[in-house]
Design a protein around this ligand. Structure first.
Ligand SMILES: [Zn+2]
Length: 181
């Protein structure tokens, strides 16, 4: 590597090695206190750098935050090819809400308003969580058989291919009807 310096006294005649960490740290510290020249750049380049920085900040926050952990274990980083993007708006909302657990099932409603009983609208015994709704409620057995995979999991119901996501959304729409059972 060839290193050229306009200012400063630490000119080196031999190229620094990758182990020469202190040299680079010293150089960077010194450089940060020098007057910065304005370098002209295009609007597109500036936009691209700003986008990259924003993405990096967002991603680091997502990694370190304790929010959205239910989603995080299945989606540790943004996936532009996520099949959810190919759904219509209504199905997209249903799948996203099922993924995050922020959905109008009684278990979640009860967290917002303690006056709403958390019990399942179909069996009346168990707490109506996403898992109970999708996998366990005996009263939804037939609907489950028709629309969900034979061994349903969060992974294959909510993060599978686009056809399954549509079916899962349909399951949720039908199963959420209060008058269904
Ligand atoms: Zn139930």
């Amino acid at each position: 590597m060839l290193c050229s310096q306009k200012r400063g006294s630490e000119f080196r005649s031999t190229p620094p090695t990758s182990n020469d960490h202190n040299f680079f740290v010293g150089l960077a510290k010194k450089g940060s206190h020098m007057q910065q020249d304005n370098v002209q750049t295009t609007y597109d380049t500036a936009k691209q750098i700003a986008n990259q920085n924003t993405q990096e900040v967002w991603y680091n926050n997502w990694m370190e935050d304790d929010k959205g952990r239910q989603l995080y274990q299945h989606l540790p980083k943004p996936n532009p090819k996520d099949p959810i993007n190919n759904l219509d708006r209504k199905d997209q909302c249903n799948i996203f809400r099922l993924r995050t657990g922020h959905i109008m099932l009684n278990g979640h409603r009860n967290r917002i308003d303690p006056l709403v009983p958390p019990m399942c609208r179909h069996c009346g015994i168990h707490t109506e969580t996403v898992e109970h709704h999708l996998f366990h409620c005996v009263n939804l057995r037939n609907l489950r058989k028709n629309l969900l995979p034979s061994n349903p999991t969060l992974e294959n119901c909510l993060y599978g291919n686009v056809n399954q996501l549509k079916k899962t959304s349909k399951f949720h729409i039908i199963a959420s009807r209060v008058d269904r059972a």
